[in-house]
Ligand binder design. Structure first.
Ligand code: KDG
Length: 317
């Protein structure tokens, strides 16, 4: 039985090892487990909590690879089914010496996009403390959006605390307008919202962290806390009672790959909250996991164990 739940589309990621070569020209690739929500499950599990991941996989080599990776990371698979009808998604990512890499997906019509919401009726919520949701899964198909809404209803009925990361992926939506309206509606049902500052600008039209937080605090009754991710500057927090604070980010010597930092942030945050740490400490841990994440090539291979996290925090205190 798990303390933590998430739903998403897992992806076999081929990360280029050829720095500053386009995906067309790169020839050396390394295979990793990816997908925003599964990244969070990896981070949560690595920090010592029982995580369960909900999805649908194809019966194909990528699906088998993902099952192995979940087992290696001690992530529960009770709510995963497999189908021979559709494929598991995969993606290519280039390696850049500066900035964010580019990503090319092969995911349309995937097995996860055909997720059957009946699976959600099997969930045992009795020991679940928190669930993490992101704006990616509801973007991959109408069926996934419907399942997502049903899961939100079940989480509400079972009074499970939820975090929501907008994780904007414009290429998955029919239009920017549809993306903004749907994401803001889904965000209104979460207790804790984790927008990045660039996402805030797209979703509500401002780069001011306080304005972004005020927008989401007024957007939904359920929302108690907004944590705006500021990249290397850390995170700005505002709570419903008006309490605000900023937790500065950590200096990173060498950035290898920025993808997965936001998911690491969420994993750091939810594990600390499940351990009933104060919010300030939870956000500090979130920043630390995000900083560790950018120092390795895969999305989640840099996420720490409790010992690695303690060593990092000691070194940077
Ligand atoms: O947050 C990391 C994700 O971007 C990556 O793993 C792939 O889930 C993914 C997506 O849809 O972008």
């Amino acid at each position: 039985m798990s303390e933590f739940l998430t739903i998403g589309e897992p992806i076999a990621l081929f990360g280029s090892k050829d720095v500053d070569k386009s995906l067309k020209d790169a020839v050396h690739f390394q295979k990793f487990l990816a997908g925003a929500e599964v990244n969070v499950a990896v981070g949560v599990s690595r920090l010592g909590h029982r995580a369960e991941y909900i999805t649908r996989l194809g019966k194909d080599p990528f699906g088998d690879f993902i099952i192995d990776q979940l087992a290696e990371n001690h992530i529960g698979t009770d709510y995963i089914d497999e189908t021979s009808e559709y494929w598991t998604a995969f993606q290519l990512k280039d390696r850049v010496s500066q900035g964010d890499p580019s990503i090319f997906y092969f995911r349309k019509g995937s097995a996860a996009a055909h997720f059957d919401k009946k699976m959600l009726d099997k969930i045992d919520f009795s020991e679940v403390k928190m669930a993490h949701l992101s704006g990616i899964f509801p973007a991959i198909s109408k069926q996934a959006l419907e399942a997502f809404r049903y899961l939100v209803q079940l989480l509400e009925e079972n009074r499970i605390r939820t975090t929501f990361d907008p994780n904007l992926r414009p290429q998955l939506w029919a239009s920017t307008e549809e993306m903004v309206t749907t994401i803001n509606q889904l965000a209104s049902q979460a207790e804790i919202i984790l927008p990045g500052i660039n996402e805030g600008e797209i979703l509500m039209g401002s780069r001011d962290p306080e304005a972004i937080a005020d927008f989401y605090l007024a957007n939904g009754e359920a929302t108690q806390t907004v944590i705006v991710k500021l990249g290397t500057a850390g995170a700005y927090v505002k709570q419903k009672d008006g309490h605000t604070f900023t937790v500065p980010g950590f200096k990173v010597e060498k950035v290898v790959d920025t993808v997965g930092a936001g998911d690491g942030f969420a994993a750091g945050l939810v594990t600390a909250l499940m351990e009933e740490k104060p919010l300030e400490e939870a956000v500090l841990r979130a920043n630390a996991v995000g900083a560790l994440a950018v120092q390795s090539p895969g999305d989640n291979d840099g996420y720490p164990t409790p010992e690695q996290l303690a060593a990092f925090l000691k070194k940077h205190s």
